[in-house]
Design a protein around this ligand. Structure first.
Ligand code: TMP
Length: 205
């Protein structure tokens, strides 16, 4: 069985940069890996991603949770599990912690209900390790140059994004697999920290 590594954080936290840098490191060191993202990673899931991010139709809170979960179920079956079974390191940009925080904590759906749906979608799959990039959303949006226009979730107000951060901080406190990182550090510093932890946890040599 390979190892399942996930990345979490608010908008503009530097997840994508970290994953790109980590991929480069893995390539250089011949580490057998795949990289995917949520929602997305497959044509069907990218279609669901477009709906979730850019649909102009009203999407209710429960429907939103189920759409994220539908995308996740497909990605677990078609991409994540087969690659873990092939012994690879699977890197995933977001996983169910995003749902617990965005649809659960910040949108007010009870965590138990979120986890019931999540466990159905994932068949109980849990990441081996999760890196959470922590940053104040105000600083992150400034760094990012503002919000993406028309993005349903990104366009939510600052209060929502502050709740997202609070939700992540609570999760990071309660779950031993979640490693909190200071996302205001330079990309090189964050990368080195992640590599060091992956080595210590025997996920890479
Ligand atoms: P991003 O990966 O480019 O940040 O875009 C994904 C967006 O979807 C982001 O706003 C966070 C949000 N999201 C949820 O609200 N719930 C989820 O379960 C996932 C995976 C993402």
């Amino acid at each position: 069985m390979g190892k399942f590594v996930t990345f979490e954080g608010g908008e503009g936290s530097g997840k994508s940069t970290l994953i790109e840098n980590l991929k480069e490191y893995f390539e250089k060191h011949n580490i057998d890996y795949i990289s995917t993202r949520e929602p997305g990673g497959l044509k069907l899931c990218e279609d669901i991603r477009s709906i979730l991010k850019y649909s102009t139709q009203k999407i209710g809170d429960r429907a939103e949770l189920l759409l994220f979960s539908a995308s996740r179920a497909q990605l677990v079956d078609e991409v994540i599990l087969p690659n873990l079974n092939a012994g690879k390191v699977v890197l995933c940009d977001r996983f169910f912690d995003s749902t617990r925080v965005y649809q659960g904590y910040a949108n007010g759906i009870d965590d138990k209900e979120v986890m019931d749906v999540t466990n159905f979608a994932t068949n109980g799959l849990v990441p081996d390790i999760t890196f959470y990039l922590d940053i104040d959303p105000e600083v992150a949006f400034e760094r990012k140059g503002g919000r993406d226009v028309g993005d349903r979730i990104e366009e939510r107000d600052l209060k929502y994004h502050k709740m997202v951060r609070e939700g992540y901080l609570r999760l990071a406190k309660n779950e031993a697999r979640i490693v909190k990182l200071d996302a205001t550090k330079t990309p090189a510093e964050v990368l080195n920290q992640v590599i060091e932890i992956l080595r210590k946890e025997n996920i890479i040599e």
